[in-house]
Write a protein that binds this ligand. Structure first.
Ligand code: BGC
Length: 674
C-alpha cells in the first residue's frame, strides 16, 4: 500500500497545512500541531535569525516529534525566506538584493549566489526556500521592488531560471518561484493592493519569468496575495490551474502566501465565509495553505470533503505533490540537519561570491569630468545617512524581517569604515577635494515600506543641495531599494553611483569602485524616473510619450536614467551591427585605457504590427571582458518567438515584416518573412 493510501483524510489535510513558527514555538502547541493536527509544514523565524546551532536544535526538536511520535513518521517540510542569501541564519552570507543582482546582467553569477544560498540553507537544516522572487518590477513605488530582477521580463526570466537552477542544484533544497502572478504591479504602488492589468499585459510582462522558472524545474510556487482586475489570484482557477499547471506545465507544490486564504473572506470579500474561501482556493488549485497560525483551513477543508463538495481525489492530488517533494528532497531518509553541512556555512568562498556580486552590481550613472575614480590622495568629505549605516547597505530581510536592527549583523564595515582605511576623510566640504554624499532608503520589507511619494525625502535632498552649493565636486552614492526621485540634486552632482542594497560586502565594494580598484560594470535594470508622475518604462509604446505640443511628437521620454545605463572607467565602442537571417553580430571594442566588462544589450523593435508595438524590447544580452584595444564579435541568435508579441487572444503572434536591431547607438533594419 502506498503512503498516501495509508493516510487518513485528517492526515492528508494536515500535510496541506502550513503554520508559522511563532504559532508553535511553545512545546505543547508544537506537539498539538504535529501529532494531533498532522501539520506537514512550518515556516519562518520568530523575530530574528537563529544561529546555526539554534536552527539545528529547533529542526531536531520538530523532526523528533514528527518522525517518532506520529503514526506515519512523516517529516516536516520547513520553509524559509532566504531572499538574498542566508538572511535568517546568524552570520549567513548576505548578497545584494535581486535588483542589484539584476544589474550584473550575469546569469552565472546569479546561479552561483543561489548555490551559496542553498548550501547555507542546507547547513541550517532548511530544505525549502521561498525564493526567487520572479515578480517583474514595473511599479517603482512598490515596496518589494528591490526583491525583483527589475522591469524587463526577458532579463527577469533569464536570471530567474538561473536562480532556480542554482538553488536546486544539490537536489536537496527546493526553490519557490514567487509570487505568481501580477503582484508587482499594484496600481497605487502599495503592497498587496490590486493590479489593474489586461490579460495581454500579464502575459507579455509578468508571466515570462514564471514560464522560464517552471521550465527550469522549480519545485514550488507561492501565489500572489493581491488581485488582478478584481480576481484574487489564489481564487483563480484560470490563472492557477489552467495557466500555471496547464500552459506552463508546472508540476510542483503550490502554496498560498501568508493568511491569504483567510483574506479571500476578510479582505477581498469574494467569499462570504471561511468555508467558501477554502473551497475557492482548493478549486483554484492550491496544494498548501500558509494559514499561518490556526486550523480553520484544515477544519473547513475537512468539512468540505465530508459533505462531498470537494472530492477526496482532489486532496490526494495535492498531498501526492507534497509527499513527492519531501521524498525528492531526501527528507524521508534524512529528516535531520546534516552536521557535516555546517562546514559549508559562511565560508570564505561564499563571502567572495558576495563580494563579487556586490562589486558587479554597482552602477555608475554619471561621471562628469571624470570625478571618479577618486585619487588615492584625495581629501574626501563624507556625509549622508548611508555613510554610517549598515541597515542601509543590506535592506529588508536581513537577519530580521524589516532588516532595521543592526545589532544582529555580523561584523562588517560601514562605508565610512571602508573609506577611512583608504583615503583621508575631512570634516568639512571646505577642506575637501571631493564630497561623497550617501543617500537613499533605510531598510524596510513588504507593506511597511509603502510610500505616497517616490521623491527622496526632503532632508536628504537639502543635504545634497547644501553640499553641492559649497562648490566642491560632489558624488552621490545611492543606497536604495527603488528609484527615489533625485531630480533636484542630480544635475548639481558630478558623479552618481547606484549601489542598490548591496549586502554585507557592499561598503568595501562601493569603496573599491569609488577608488577605482574595481572598474564598475553594473547596468540599471529599470528606468530611473525623473518625475514621480512620469513612470514610463523602457518598453513603452510611441503613444505613451506623446509630447504636449500641437504636433504631438513621441519625444516625451526623459527619464533620469534609461534602462541599461551604466558607465565604466574605460570606454566601449560598437561597430558593424549586422543581421543575417536571425543571427545578429556586433563588434565591441574597449577603446579606453583600462580593462573592463561591458554588458552588451540587444533590443528589437517591430516597425508595424497589428497591435501598437513597443519602441524597443530587450531581446538578448551578454557580458564581455576586454583589455584596452581588444575587440570581440558578439553573436546573438534571435528566434521568431523573441520577435513575437502577445496578441488579443492572449497567444503569441509573429507578424512578418521589418524590424530594427539596436545595440548601443547602432540600429540596423532587417526583415523576417512569414
Ligand atoms: C510574503 C512572502 C513570504 C511569506 C513568508 C509573506 O508576507 O509575502 O514573500 O514568503 O510572508 O514569510
Amino acid at each position: 500500500m502506498s503512503l498516501l493510501d495509508r493516510m487518513t483524510l485528517e492526515e492528508k489535510i494536515g500535510q496541506m497545512t502550513q503554520l508559522t513558527l511563532g504559532a508553535v514555538i511553545d512545546s505543547a502547541r508544537l506537539r498539538e500541531a504535529i501529532v494531533t493536527r498532522h501539520v506537514g509544514s512550518i515556516l519562518n523565524v520568530v523575530d530574528t535569525a537563529l544561529t546555526l546551532d539554534g536552527w539545528h536544535a529547533l529542526i531536531r526538536r520538530i523532526q523528533d516529534i514528527a518522525t517518532k511520535d506520529t503514526r506515519l513518521g512523516m517529516p516536516i517540510l520547513y520553509g524559509i525566506d532566504f531572499v538574498h542569501g542566508a538572511n535568517y541564519t546568524r552570520g549567513g552570507t548576505i548578497f545584494p538584493h535581486n535588483i542589484g543582482m539584476a544589474a550584473t546582467f550575469d546569469p552565472d553569477l546569479v546561479r552561483e549566489a543561489a548555490e551559496v544560498t542553498a548550501r547555507e540553507a542546507l547547513a541550517s537544516g532548511l530544505p525549502w526556500n521561498f525564493a526567487p522572487v520572479l515578480d517583474v518590477g514595473r511599479q517603482p513605488l512598490w515596496p518589494r521592488f528591490y526583491e525583483t530582477f527589475g522591469e524587463d521580463p526577458y532579463l527577469a526570466a533569464r536570471l530567474g531560471e538561473a536562480a532556480v537552477t542554482g538553488m536546486q542544484s544539490s537536489g536537496r533544497v527546493a526553490a519557490t518561484m514567487k509570487h505568481y502572478l501580477g503582484y508587482s504591479a499594484p496600481r497605487t504602488g502599495w503592497d498587496r493592493t490590486p493590479a489593474a492589468l489586461t490579460e495581454r499585459d500579464v502575459r507579455e510582462h509578468f508571466l515570462p519569468p514564471f514560464r522560464a522558472a517552471a521550465a527550469a524545474g522549480a519545485d514550488a510556487v507561492m501565489l500572489n496575495s493581491g488581485d488582478i482586475d478584481g480576481m484574487p489570484v489564489h481564487a483563480s482557477r484560470r490563472w492557477v490551474t489552467d495557466v500555471l499547471r496547464g500552459e506552463l506545465g508546472f508540476k510542483g507544490v503550490i502554496v498560498t502566501d501568508y493568511a491569504d486564504v483567510t483574506f479571500l473572506h476578510t479582505r477581498h470579500h469574494v467569499a462570504p465565509t471561511m468555508r467558501d474561501a477554502v473551497r475557492l482556493a482548493i478549486n483554484a488549485g492550491i496544494d498548501m495553505c500558509m494559514t499561518p497560525d490556526n486550523y480553520e483551513f484544515a477544519d473547513e477543508l475537512l468539512a468540505l470533503v465530508r459533505d462531498g463538495t470537494i472530492p477526496e481525489h482532489r486532496i490526494d492530488e495535492s498531498v501526492r505533490r507534497i509527499l513527492n517533494l519531501k521524498t525528492k528532497l531526501g527528507l524521508l531518509s534524512h529528516p535531520y540537519p546534516d552536521d557535516a553541512a555546517q562546514a559549508e556555512f559562511a565560508t570564505d568562498a561564499s563571502r567572495r561570491v558576495a563580494q563579487r556580486a556586490a562589486r558587479a552590481s554597482i552602477t555608475l550613472l554619471k561621471n562628469d569630468g571624470h570625478v571618479l575614480p577618486l585619487q588615492k590622495s584625495a581629501r574626501v568629505f563624507l556625509t549622508g545617512p548611508g555613510a554610517t549605516s549598515l541597515t542601509m547597505l543590506n535592506g529588508g530581510w536581513t537577519y530580521t524581517w524589516q532588516g532595521t536592527d543592526a545589532s544582529h549583523f555580523p561584523d562588517a564595515p560601514t562605508l565610512r569604515d571602508a573609506l577611512r582605511r583608504r583615503v583621508q576623510l575631512v570634516e568639512s566640504p571646505a577642506e575637501a577635494d571631493v564630497a561623497v554624499v550617501v543617500l537613499g532608503e533605510d531598510a524596510y520589507a513588504e507593506w511597511v515600506g509603502d510610500i505616497d511619494d517616490l521623491t527622496l525625502p526632503e532632508p536628504q535632498l537639502a543635504l545634497a543641495k547644501s553640499v553641492e552649493g559649497k562648490g566642491v565636486p560632489t558624488v552621490l552614492v545611492l543606497l536604495e531599494g527603488r528609484p527615489r526621485i533625485i531630480r533636484d540634486v542630480a544635475d548639481g552632482a558630478k558623479g552618481i553611483v547606484m549601489a542598490y542594497w548591496p549586502g554585507m560586502r557592499g561598503a568595501e565594494a562601493i569603496a573599491d569602485v569609488l577608488l577605482g580598484d574595481v572598474n564598475p560594470s553594473g547596468r540599471l535594470p529599470f528606468t530611473y524616473p525623473r518625475y514621480p508622475n512620469a513612470l514610463i518604462l523602457d518598453d513603452h509604446r510611441f503613444t505613451e510619450i506623446l509630447s504636449r505640443g500641437f504636433d504631438r511628437k513621441p519625444d516625451a521620454f526623459y527619464p533620469q536614467f534609461a534602462f541599461g545605463t551604466g558607465l565604466s572607467y574605460t570606454t566601449f565602442a560598437y561597430r558593424d551591427l549586422r543581421v543575417d537571417g536571425l543571427t545578429v553580430r556586433v563588434t565591441v571594442t574597449n577603446t579606453g585605457t583600462r580593462q573592463g566588462r561591458d554588458a552588451v544589450l540587444l533590443f528589437t523593435h517591430q516597425h508595424y504590427a497589428s497591435l501598437a508595438p513597443a519602441v524597443r524590447r530587450l531581446a538578448r544580452f551578454t557580458t564581455v571582458d576586454l583589455v584596452p584595444g581588444e575587440s570581440r564579435v558578439v553573436t546573438f541568435t534571435l528566434s521568431r518567438e523573441t520577435l513575437s508579441y502577445v496578441g488579443q487572444d492572449g497567444r503569441p503572434v509573429f507578424e512578418a515584416g521589418a524590424f530594427d536591431a539596436m545595440v548601443g547607438d547602432l540600429t540596423t533594419t532587417f526583415t523576417v518573412g512569414p
